[in-house]
Design a protein around this ligand. Structure first.
Ligand SMILES: Nc1ncnc2c1ncn2[C@@H]1O[C@H](COP(=O)(O)OP(=O)(O)OP(=O)(O)O)[C@@H](O)[C@H]1O
Length: 909
């Protein structure tokens, strides 16, 4: 395309997508504990939202350039080889289930996994060790994709010992792990002899009766009974590099961080001394593995949702992977695999096309499954749900309709809802064991898939040769049962065993006791459902018998009024970006769950938000997933219909290019910011599709001022944009570049030098730049020379910060020549460089020619009294200068004081 002829076009397809969770900022709570009845119901709907698989796994990827090198193969005894073979057979049978009726072998969709990066938070990289995950733009995310073959994920693990696998609830971490296990069982991943899956739920086993050996051989998911535990364990210890340990079932990074807290010395010593002693708690053993006290050479893969920062963990890990969820193509594959009947398949795909929001929800695999459940019932597009609430509600209704004993469904559902709401309030994914859940409720919950039951298995370890296949079962010769509630059943069970652990099949009910911020993903979701249901169609609600007539007559309108009052009480200008997004989502649920909204109470809520959303809407730093973009878009366009215009900031939101297109395409968006590389790709797409009006709008509304570059890619992107500006056929160039007045180069001394060559190339294109900040970028004399060449073109420059840059006399000499030709420069900082007398003199020589200079800082350099005196003398000819800071240790105190007495503009600080 002409517009972008100067550089490599990016990929045009949105093939990767982002799986980031919204942040946990405090948010308005329309429920405020007052909508309990309905919200309980909604919790229930939410509970159904995702039928979760509880297993454990780990993985890490990075692009694999070479075939993996297996560590030296140690001779493995035959009995151990047999065990490995048995493990593989066992795993290949046991890890196949994804959802009821869906299996990995027939329904799995190859998803992309991308690498994520972290940065040190804060400007001073030495002082601040905190690290954060970077939210990358769409194009960069696609570039960092490790591809779709799961085997590649494993190859990627090669040599990386500490791997984190991120993904929001339902995005497919557990499923990916199972697929990896399946691949391992098929000998596709030869670098590991052993793969063990550990599960966060096992932390419920609090008795100190475990050893590393029993943890791995008896407690890990999908492990078969072992005839020769001693031999196998010895083999594991002798070649830990050939062992992969996967942790899953921890809901947040923080849960892992808790396991990284320093252990007592005696405990560490005990773990190291005798890892076979059955004297440890599961928690101690998990800690031992995560802290590299136990099995130090093994590869770890930790699956987790990305919420919250867990600095210790981020600091330790070598690689960060993320499951990207489904692309539109993946959704099509999933739907095609889900519907084996060709006619049903075609109609499902057709229906999905007509329902944008549902289609976007399918980005999340767990929701994609729910969408298929609804599509399966073949209602026309008019009857399809349009919100998350309506989707979950519909699935729940279908589920209950199918339930044979549904006569009591309403009552049981209500009881289950109370339990779920308690769980949300107490931050627990499990139903407390002492809670005395009635048999009926338990059975109902398990039957409908709202509850899962998991026995915290202590697997049989055979002492004899009499191993029978992979089944756990009630075998004789069983080791001591280590938890009174543990059963000798295999892994996860779904029976009505009163003793096993009851879990909500809902990924949004998170664990942890009160130490978290109160506002969590699941609570946000509950509120979203609560609001949605409150404004739902009454006939629909009645289908589940969850509310009486009185509730409809009295409570619903009064709660609706409360929501409205709450909304009216919000001061939108004070809300954080995450809160704005939450409000948009609540309001979307309220306004669109009911089919005929627009004229009713839900419509009023929408009107209010549309009228009061601030004119500047920023989602900077808040992950915007595809359905979020849709809700924001509907609210913005509603406001547009009322004549309101907006400025949008979408930087660091991970928005996909198609989402960017839909928002930028709104006629009432006056200006926008977003990842430059993504914007350029959008322009390219618009140009290729000959969407001229949209292209023109997308170019003219784009803004980048002021720009703070904190990563190398920011400068790479800017370079592309500047080259479009200078080379493009657009007569007026790119307005965003022309209007860039301030550029802060904040990559720090480590990364700065990587991007400097590009910076020098692009700088001359920024004709209108007024403020350039290059502090602490290690530019040195060479860089100073390059900068001098670029400065010739920057006639508008007013402020130049070159503090802490290792610039010496040579560099300053080059700079001095051009500094005098910058007619508007009024502030120059050369603080903390290595300038000595020679440099000071060359600066002194040009000082009187710097027509606009008012502030000069050369403090903490290397000049002595000689240099100081020449600067002092030169100052006499510079009327405009207001301050000259130049103290350093090489200038004798007396000299400095005298200079100061002569000219009060000379300052210490
Ligand atoms: N690649 C895939 N192909 C087909 N279905 C998938 C895929 N990934 C996920 N799913 C579906 O989505 C559901 C949720 O996935 P999964 O349990 O793996 O999510 P998760 O990221 O582990 O969530 P949580 O954080 O709640 O544990 C699965 O049960 C499965 O039905």
């Amino acid at each position: 395309p002409v517009l972008v002829s100067s550089f490599q076009p990016g990929s045009k397809s949105d093939k990767a997508c982002k799986a980031m969770s919204p942040t946990t900022a405090p948010s308005p709570s329309p429920t405020n504990g007052k909508l309990q009845c309905l919200s309980r119901f909604l919790v229930y709907a939410g509970t159904y939202y995702h039928v979760n698989n509880i297993t454990s796994c780990i993985s890490d990827l990075s692009p694999c350039k070479e075939p993996p090198k297996s560590p030296t193969v140690v001779e493995i005894p035959q009995t151990v080889k047999d065990y490995i073979q048995q493990s593989k057979t066992h795993m290949s049978q046991k890890c196949l289930d994804m959802e009821a009726g869906l299996q990995l072998t027939t329904h799995y969709v190859d998803v992309s996994v991308s690498q994520r990066e972290i940065v040190r938070a804060g400007k001073n990289t030495n002082r601040c060790l905190d690290k954060e995950l970077i939210i990358t733009g769409d194009i960069d995310r696609q570039k960092s994709s490790v591809g779709q073959s799961q085997v590649r994920v494993f190859l990627y693990l090669n040599g990386k010992r500490y791997n984190l696998l991120f993904g929001n609830a339902g995005m497919g971490k557990t499923t990916l792990i199972k697929k990896l296990c399946l691949d391992w069982s098929k000998d596709l991943i030869p670098q590991f002899d052993f793969v063990f899956l550990l599960d966060g739920k096992q932390l419920n086993l609090t008795e100190p009766v475990h050893s590393l050996q029993t943890l791995l051989l008896n407690q890990s998911s999908f492990a078969p009974p072992c005839t020769d535990p001693e031999g196998v364990y010895a083999q594991i210890l002798s070649a830990p590099k050939r062992v992969l340990v996967v942790f899953d079932g921890f809901d947040e990074l923080r849960d892992y961080e808790m396991l990284l807290q320093t252990q007592e010395k005696e405990l560490v010593a005990a773990l190291q001394k005798d890892s076979k002693a059955q004297a440890f708690t599961v928690k101690q053993l998990f800690s031992g593995i995560l802290q590299r006290v136990l099995l130090p050479g093994c590869t770890l893969l930790l699956a987790t949702r990305p919420r919250g920062t867990a600095n210790q963990l981020l600091r330790r890990a070598d690689s960060f992977l993320e499951v990207c969820g489904f692309t539109p193509e993946n959704v099509e594959t999933y739907v095609s695999q889900y519907f084996s009947d060709t006619e049903l398949r075609a109609s499902a795909l057709d229906l999905l096309k007509s329902c944008s929001y549902l289609k976007l929800l399918c980005w999340n695999p767990a929701l994609c499954h729910l969408v298929c459940t609804v599509l399966e019932h073949g209602k026309g597009s008019e009857a399809l749900p349009r919100t998350l609430t309506a989707l979950c509600h519909e699935v729940l209704s279908l589920k209950l309709e199918k339930d044979t004993n549904s006569s009591q469904g309403g009552e049981l559902l209500s009881q289950l809802s109370s339990l779920a709401w308690e769980g949300i309030k107490s931050n627990s994914t499990t139903v407390p064991r002492g809670r005395g859940v009635s048999h009926k409720v338990r059975e109902f919950g398990l039957r409908t898939g709202l509850l899962l039951s998991q026995s915290l298995t202590t697997r049989t370890t055979f002492q004899t040769e009499s191993v029978g296949g992979g089944g756990g079962g009630d075998n004789s010769g069983m080791e001591k049962v280590q938890d009174e509630e543990s059963k000798s059943k295999e892994g996860k069970t779904f029976d009505v065993d009163e003793d096993s652990l009851l879990l909500w099949a809902n990924p949004f009910l998170q664990r942890g006791k009160g130490r978290r911020k109160p506002q969590r993903e699941e609570l946000e979701l509950t509120q979203r459902f609560a609001v949605g249901l409150l404004f739902h169609n009454r006939t629909e609600l009645k289908r589940l018998h969850s509310c009486s007539d009185i509730i409809f007559r009295d409570m619903v309108p009064s709660k609706q009024a409360l929501v409205m009052k709450h909304l009216e009480g919000l001061s939108f200008g004070d809300l954080s970006s995450a809160q704005i997004l939450e409000v948009c989502n609540y309001v979307y649920e309220a306004s669109f769950t009911h089919k005929d909204s627009g004229t009713d109470a839900g419509g009023k809520v929408l009107d209010h938000l549309a009228a009061h959303l601030p004119e500047f809407v920023t989602f900077r730093g808040v992950p915007l997933n595809p359905p979020d973009v849709f809700t924001v878009q509907s609210i913005l366009s509603k406001a547009g219909a009322e004549g309101r215009g907006f400025r949008l900031d979408l930087e660091d939101s991970g928005i996909k290019i198609c989402g960017l297109k839909s928002l930028v395409g709104l006629s009432n968006i006056n200006t926008y910011r977003a990842c430059i590389a993504d914007v350029i790709t959008l322009w390219e797409e618009l140009e290729t599709d000959a969407e001229e009006a949209l292209l023109q709008g997308a170019v003219s509304k784009f803004k980048i001022h002021p720009l703070k570059a904190t990563q190398v890619c920011h400068i790479e992107h800017l370079e592309k944009l500047v080259s479009i500006h200078t080379l493009s056929v657009l007569a007026e160039g790119v307005p965003a570049v022309k209007e860039l007045y301030k550029l802060e180069f904040e990559l720090g001394p480590e990364n700065g030098p990587l991007a400097l060559p590009k910076l020098w190339d692009l700088l001359p294109g920024l004709h209108n730049l007024q403020h350039l900040d290059l502090e602490n970028s290690k530019i040195g004399d060479k860089g100073a020379e390059k900068l001098a060449n670029a400065l010739v073109s920057l006639h508008s420059l007013e402020i130049l910060n070159l503090s802490e840059n290792c610039i010496g006399d040579q560099g300053l000499k080059k700079l001095a020549v051009v500094l005098k030709d910058l007619p508007k420069l009024h502030c120059l900082s050369l603080y903390s460089n290595v300038i000595s007398d020679e440099g000071a003199e060359s600066l002194a020589a040009v000082l009187p020619h710097m027509a606009s200079l008012t502030e000069l800082d050369v403090k903490y350099n290397k000049m002595t009294d000689v240099g100081a005196q020449s600067l002092g003398a030169s100052l006499k000819n510079c009327e405009k200068v207001k301050t000259l800071r130049m103290w350093n240790q090489c200038i004798p105190y007396g000299v400095f004081e005298r200079l100061q007495q002569q000219d009060s503009r000379i300052l210490w600080h």
